[in-house]
Design a protein around this ligand. Structure first.
Ligand code: ADP
Ligand code: ZN
Ligand code: ZN
Length: 653
């Protein structure tokens, strides 16, 4: 009889021992009984002794060979330790759902090889050539690169060429892209250029396809895995290179249960596999800029757009003197000029729905969600008010619940209202709206994109879904509306994000040979950030922010962790964190600062009250030692009625 250590997906920092008539390899899935249930677990080790008496037997061994091989297991152990997350949850979260459910690890359908490889019809630029050579010179060992190239500078072209070289060595390549960056265009660009099977992993796949993609990577039948954040866990036995495109993007951070950053984990995976890592972006995160300063990343620059395209002209429209609603006269005039020339125009507004506020003009009452501290958003096509936090919806009130007058109106603009307003200004121009509401239907996005790619003049209205990855050749002008919320945000990263977003969105304009134009409407035209954005000096702007962060001892110069508790009973959540704060203070690590508990910026969401406790230290290892000690003792705090809590290491908002 062997004693087998098994990890199970439960929120406890421990593993369990079972009996089996022979040893089982680590990384194999087993079915075991746990309490009254049968669950799927992962074998971690075999041992001679157990500290428990009365062990149960393993019910069934599900794999002939390990699903998780040693390199992936080691990578996941590292991740579980760093994020202080239970190992069982980490291991099972890293696998596709069908494997988690115990389904057999067999490929259903092997997708074909892209059949025709198209060579590019241009030569690489000198800048691209230098970057490619620098990366390939380090292809046999770990080395981190920051490929900082302005939008349209041909970063993707660099990825394609280094990828092909690595493939030629018989190795595999992992390419991570942001959630909204993995467009059909991006996938087909990789498929049509690379002499291998390219497998995309993203949320639109069904579970069978996800499992197939995972297994094709594991069996090295896929040379390239192109995926969103969870692809960082794809098993790739011959991994030779990792590329993280748009490394600054917030979607690399998972914001529920196991809160990892795929960008940050890519360093560890590359180090463990001893291979190069390339982080590409037009707008490096402050974390990556600091890493470049500290020589942890070698910076490679593409300062010019490829193929002779020039950067767009950027200007501001001061909205303080504009009383005509969402669109200034000047913006409309500019749009007319481009449309008259047969060109396309895109308007970017980061809010879906018709209007963000439904209020009483008489007494100021405003419709709010009864489950959240948030306004209800009016959606006109269904004539309903919706909460974008909890999904609750209702019919709009006819009369004011406070003063009984029928003086209720909407205020502000979302994509839906913008589309309507544009319709009255441009009755003869097709308007294509792209947001979560118009792309819910399968294939809807592809159909919209097809229309845009036909090149016919049109107005595109979209949310940040459009900020990345798209390359519309006839798009001449981009108008950016209603970004001022970013200046008012309490998140210390807000201006960094806003500058990145403006530059990314601007990057959609004028990718052909004619110079494009970008117009930003704002009520804060004097904000210093614009000086930099207008003249395309992101690096100088970011360096300034970095200095501020250094003098304020904020990330990336300090390390943070967040403990969040939430409960239906406000006091219970608060008291739990007070006890946690007490426990942490007893750990007595004076290099770690503790603030809070404080209410979350949106205190109530879906009937739960959220409170936060922040930990910060200049000394990362001290912070982590404290978190590890905390995890050992947290069970001593009795969880009052239904308090839920989580730990977020390196939180981003
Ligand atoms: P990025 O990823 O930096 O935004 P892309 O790789 O998408 O840039 O390149 C932008 C456009 O320029 C694409 O249409 C691409 O085919 C083209 N391109 C890339 N490199 C070159 C080059 N050396 N010469 C001409 N065109 C290029
Ligand atoms: Zn009223
Ligand atoms: Zn709500």
């Amino acid at each position: 009889m062997a004693i087998v250590e098994v990890a199970i997906s439960i929120p406890l920092h421990r593993t369990f021992d079972y009996l089996y008539d022979q040893e089982i390899e680590a990384g194999v899935r087993v079915k075991v009984s746990f309490g009254a249930k049968k669950v799927i677990g992962i074998v971690l080790s075999n041992k001679d002794k157990s500290e428990f008496k009365k062990l149960k037997s393993i019910e069934e061994v599900l794999d002939v060979s390990p699903i998780l091989d040693t390199p992936i297991l080691n990578f996941l152990f590292w991740a579980a330790k760093y994020y202080h997350h239970p190992i069982g949850e980490v291991l099972l979260a890293a696998m596709p759902k069908n494997l988690r459910l115990g389904k057999p690890a067999v490929i259903k359908k092997v997708i074909g090889l892209p059949n025709k490889i198209q060579a590019p019809d241009f030569d690489i630029t000198e800048e691209q050539d230098r970057a490619i050579k620098a990366i390939l010179a380090k292809q046999n060992a770990y080395h981190g690169f920051l490929l900082h190239g302005v939008t349209g500078s041909g970063k993707t072209e660099v990825y394609l060429r280094i990828t092909q070289e690595i493939l030629n060595q018989g190795k595999q390549v992992l390419v991570l892209v942001p959630e909204i960056g993995l467009t059909p265009q991006m996938i087909s660009r990789f498929e049509s250029r690379l002499d291998t099977r390219v497998v995309a992993i993203h949320s639109q796949l069904n579970e069978t396809q996800k499992l197939d993609a995972y297994l094709l990577a594991k069996e090295t039948q896929a040379g390239v895995i192109l995926g969103t954040r969870s692809a960082i866990f794809a098993p790739m036995p011959n991994l030779g290179l990792i590329i993280v495109d748009e490394e600054h993007d917030g979607s690399f951070k998972q914001q529920s249960s196991f809160r990892y950053s795929a960008r940050d984990l890519s360093f560890i995976r590359a180090k463990q596999a001893d291979i190069p890592l390339v982080l590409g972006t037009a707008t490096p995160s402050l974390e990556s800029l600091k890493n470049a300063m500290d020589s942890k990343l070698t910076r490679l620059t593409l300062a010019n757009r490829a193929g002779g395209a020039i950067m767009p002209k950027v200007s501001l429209i001061d909205m303080r003197s504009n009383f005509d609603g969402a669109l200034s006269k000047l913006l409309i005039e500019k749009m007319q000029q481009y449309l008259a020339k047969g060109r396309q125009v895109m308007l970017f507004i980061n809010r879906r729905g018709y209007a963000p506020v439904y209020f009483c003009t008489e007494c100021g009452w405003k419709s709010e969600c009864s489950h959240c501290n948030a306004s209800m958003i009016y959606h006109r096509h269904i004539n309903r008010l919706k909460c974008h936090h909890c999904g609750d919806e209702k019919m709009p009130e006819q009369t004011c619940p406070d003063c009984s007058q029928s003086t209720l109106e909407v205020y502000g603009y979302g994509t839906e209202r913008l589309e309507e307003t544009l319709g009255s200004h441009f009755p003869d121009t097709p308007i294509i709206r792209i947001d979560r509401d118009t792309t819910r239907r399968k294939k809807a996005l592809a159909q919209h994109l097809e229309k845009i790619n036909s090149g016919d003049p049109c107005i595109i209205v979209g949310t940040q879904m459009l900020a990345k990855g798209h390359d519309f050749s006839n798009l001449a002008m981009v108008g950016i509306l209603d970004i001022d919320g970013g200046f008012l945000s309490i998140n210390f990263r807000a201006t960094e994000y806003l500058a990145q977003l403006l530059i990314q969105v601007s990057g959609r304009a004028g990718r052909g040979l004619e110079q494009g134009e970008v117009v930003i409407q704002t009520r804060y035209p004097d904000h210093p950030m614009f000086n930099y954005v207008l003249s395309n000096r992101y690096t100088q702007f970011a360096s300034g922010l970095l200095k501020q962060r250094m003098s304020a001892a904020m990330p990336p110069f300090a390390h943070q962790a967040l403990l969040c508790a939430n409960a239906k009973n406000k006091q219970n959540a608060q008291e739990f964190l007070q006890e946690v704060a007490g426990l942490l203070k007893n750990i007595n690590m004076d290099t770690v600062e503790i603030w809070g508990p404080v209410a979350n910026s949106i205190e109530k969401k879906a009937d739960y009250y959220y409170f936060n406790l922040y930990l910060q230290s200049n000394d990362r290892s001290a912070l982590h030692q404290m978190l590890a000690t905390f995890n050992q003792h947290v069970d001593t705090i009795k969880l009052k009625n239904k308090v839920r809590w989580y730990l977020d290491v390196d939180p981003i908002d």
